[in-house]
Design a protein around this ligand. Structure first.
Ligand SMILES: CC(C)(COP(=O)(O)OP(=O)(O)OC[C@H]1O[C@@H](n2cnc3c(N)ncnc32)[C@H](O)[C@@H]1OP(=O)(O)O)[C@@H](O)C(=O)NCCC(=O)NCCS
Length: 335
């Protein structure tokens, strides 16, 4: 028996981008009301000046839907046209059911829908899946959402995490295009460092340390991340450029995961990024929003005029797992 498959490969690109930034802006001084730290220390070590925390009425699903609606509008695509919805997140409160079917339902879609758990690298993983689906002809339009509500999963007294992580959502619609707008991913993992970023306790129980930790909170060996990311990701950056056949001088923008401004700056140096390439610095205003950080940083660059629709950008994301993924993309229109 012969199994049929779509015969033609097509080109895939991001057709539209939308974000949801929570209303509430949280300053370092507010963080330091509970955390034993200072505004100056936080800015010097991480670059972060403010971040946003979701309010009572801003749920993970709600933020995803808000970002997705803007992405669909920018793409000129109706929710009914979606063939798949992928949500990258580490902070959906339940393992089951996944968040993506609820996001699809709220949008009025019955598309295939599932979550991706790849920590801060989740959005770039999901983008690679969506691109492959569209290029193969398996689906016409795929919605990719990166969303986090890390403020719910932090110990506000933990000096290693409380000032870093934050909330938000970003979404893109991936669909067929005249030219490829999403390059092949350079991706991989290093599970030997699984212990470096964890949720503690696991779902099997136990007790987390720290105030108010009656449910899992993120814990991180920050120095280990710092020793790894700016060096390992430099190789991934060059691999993504090579796979896409794009020279580093041809980049308009560099949009790495917004982990920490010092990691971004060290990584840019290690890549030997030309001065002409604009570098995303959304971490300064938004903190580290994990799987949401790359689409939020894309939006910030487009909104501020630091990059333009149609520009060529290198995305690199890395985090818990440890997992990483990077690809060269063409920047999409903003909703
Ligand atoms: C978390 C991070 C900012 C800590 O910075 P660091 O330079 O490694 O700091 P260290 O943990 O070595 O601590 C240095 C000093 O600051 C102190 N310190 C640590 N956290 C502090 C805080 N929040 N406020 C004030 N002082 C702090 C330490 O006690 C130590 O003091 P000492 O020198 O007197 O012993 C840094 O490791 C980092 O950004 N790592 C990457 C994290 C990240 O971005 N992860 C994203 C995951 S995707």
């Amino acid at each position: 028996m012969r199994i049929e498959q779509p015969a033609e490969m097509t080109h895939a690109a991001m057709l539209g981008l939308g974000v949801h930034r929570p209303e509430r802006v949280v300053t370092n001084d507010e963080i330091c009301e509970v955390l034993d730290s200072t505004d100056e220390w936080i800015q010097t070590r991480s670059g972060i000046r403010t971040r946003r925390f979701a309010g009572e009425d801003e749920t993970l699903i709600g933020m995803s839907v808000s970002a997705a609606r803007k992405a669909l509008a920018a793409a000129g695509v109706d929710a009914a046209q979606l063939g798949c919805v992928i949500v990258a997140t580490s902070t959906h409160p339940e393992h089951t059911p996944a968040s993506a079917p609820q996001v699809a339902n709220a949008l009025g879609s019955t598309a295939a829908a599932f979550d991706v758990s790849a920590g801060c690298a989740g959005f770039c993983h999901a983008l690679n899946l969506a691109s492959a689906m569209v290029r193969s002809g398996a689906e016409q339009h795929v919605l990719v959402v990166g969303v986090e509500q890390l403020s719910r999963f932090m110990d506000p007294t933990d000096r290693g995490t409380a000032f870093i992580f934050a909330d938000g959502a970003g979404a893109v619609v991936v669909g067929a295009a005249d030219e490829d707008g999403i390059g092949p991913a350079a991706w991989g993992s290093d599970g030997s460092q699984a212990h470096v970023i964890t949720q503690t306790p696991s779902c099997l129980g136990g007790h987390a340390s720290g105030e108010g930790a009656d449910h899992p909170v993120v814990q991180m060996e920050g120095t280990a991340v710092f020793r790894w990311a700016p060096f390992a990701m430099a190789e991934v950056a060059h691999e993504a450029l090579k796979r896409a056949g794009v020279a580093i001088d041809d980049l308009d923008a560099f949009i790495p995961h917004q982990a920490n401004l010092r990691i971004t700056q060290t990584l840019a140096r290690n890549i030997q990024l030309p001065e002409s390439v604009a570098v995303a610095t959304d971490v300064v205003d938004s903190g580290n929003t994990s799987a949401a950080s790359v689409p939020l940083a894309m939006e910030a660059m487009l909104r501020k005029g630091e990059a333009s629709v149609g520009d060529t950008a290198l995305l690199i994301a890395f985090g818990a797992g440890l997992s990483y993924a990077g690809q060269v993309v063409t920047l999409p229109p903003l909703g």
